[in-house]
Design a protein around this ligand. Structure first.
Ligand SMILES: C[S@@+](CC[C@H](N)C(=O)[O-])C[C@H]1O[C@@H](n2cnc3c(N)ncnc32)[C@H](O)[C@@H]1O
Length: 200
């Protein structure tokens, strides 16, 4: 079950990797593996949604907090390649960062996206003009990751956080709602996305 019609993703090389990782994620969930042993990928429709958002808004520089083995990073990179964008992912577990970069290379996207190993809140300090920030690390850490990044997001930049309906992300949602420098709304798409725009 890929969640998207084949014509929406004509790149067969990338589709092969995406479909394999989606199948792995589904099998791991079905087997009831503990969270730390699963790749915890986005749902395929969430991937299609992010892909289409990028194609519409064309953010030049994309930073992802929590890349795991690169499933979401591939979706972001596929879109970014089409308009000349660049994706930097981050992953705290070294083995996963290595796999993510292998999967990006296998999908033919190594020139568009790289996953750095380490804590996203530290790695993000290297960048100062983030157009699109995707939060998909530990859900109780979203606030810290947001606070480490928000000054580096450009005015009009978009911050999307996954799992805000499937998990208890109230602390994060209260944080973004308390801030006068962003507009925010919860989108009931798949596992729930918090959609936050930095004000001009
Ligand atoms: C939900 S998974 C990410 C799934 C990935 N975005 C995808 O859709 O394929 C969360 C990942 O974030 C990583 N992580 C947790 N805390 C992190 C941090 N502070 N910085 C970077 N990565 C982190 C975890 O090791 C885990 O692999």
């Amino acid at each position: 079950m890929t969640g998207y019609p084949e014509h929406q993703l004509a790149d067969t090389r990338a589709r092969h990797v995406l479909d394999r990782l989606a199948a792995q994620d589904a099998a791991e969930r079905a087997a009831g593996l503990p969270q730390e042993q699963r790749i915890r990928a986005l749902t395929p429709p969430t991937g299609v949604f992010l892909y289409s958002v990028l194609l519409a808004l064309r953010p030049k520089f994309i930073f992802e907090a929590g890349s795991a083995v690169g499933y979401s990073t591939i979706w972001l990179a596929l879109a970014a390649r089409q308009y000349g964008g660049r994706v930097i992912g981050s992953e705290i577990r070294p083995e996963r960062a290595r796999l993510a970069n292998e999967h990006l290379a296998e999908a033919g996207l190594a020139e568009v996206a790289t996953v750095l190993e380490g804590d996203a809140a530290e790695l993000v300090r290297q960048f100062d003009a983030i157009d699109f920030l995707f939060l998909d690390a530990e859900k109780d850490d979203y606030g810290r990751l947001f606070l480490a990044s928000i000054d580096r997001v450009v005015p009009g930049g978009l911050i999307v956080a996954d799992n805000v309906v499937s998990h208890d992300c109230r602390a994060y949602q209260e944080l973004v709602r308390s801030r006068p420098d962003v507009y925010t709304v919860t989108l009931a798409i798949e596992r729930g996305l918090e959609w936050t725009v930095k004000r001009w």
